[in-house]
Design a protein around this ligand. Sequence first.
Ligand SMILES: [Fe+2]
Ligand SMILES: [Fe+2]
Length: 202
Amino acid sequence: MTPQERVHLVDLVAGRVSNKRLAHILRVETLAVRLARFWGVSEEKASVASLLHDIVRDKSESSLLEMVKDEGDPLVREIAETSVSVVLHAPVGALIARRDFGVEDPEILQAIAQHTTGAPHMDRLAMIVFLADYCEPGRQFAGVEEVRSLLFSSLEVAMLRALAQTLTYLRGYSRPMDSHTVDAAAAFARLAAEDPQQLQQA
Ligand SMILES: [Fe+2]
Ligand SMILES: [Fe+2]
């Protein structure tokens, strides 16, 4: 992606989301690209995935469901069954990234699809987009500093903490939990237990 192509993509995204959302998206991109550089992941993929991650975030639940009505992709179909409607914009965003923006790279599409709930098996790009979304400088909530402090020592431990915080928050407010988040938290906890080396790095 040339700088001009990136500017063009930002323009297209700006045409589909609110100004406030665009500002969030650009902050996610900045942090994700920094993390990609640090962790040896493609900065271009981090940029594209970040710019498109919330592409349908401002659409209503009914229009998102309409968009996936005839979709054959099993992941999208499965997530569309969720009881937690806010997570729907992630897999639908991946769908739109492919359909309207011509993104074919499976890692980018997966990072977009997994950015809200996380998943048991995430590659580095997906963890980076998830964590950049969670930690971008506009985020201010109890616990965010703890996750920020882990970003450059262990992506896995940062994921573990972010997912655990999310579940604690949802439980505290008796909010419904998406099964992918529960499964992802369990998987990262297992990983940390099996590989304490990663915890020590943190
Ligand atoms: Fe999102
Ligand atoms: Fe986001």
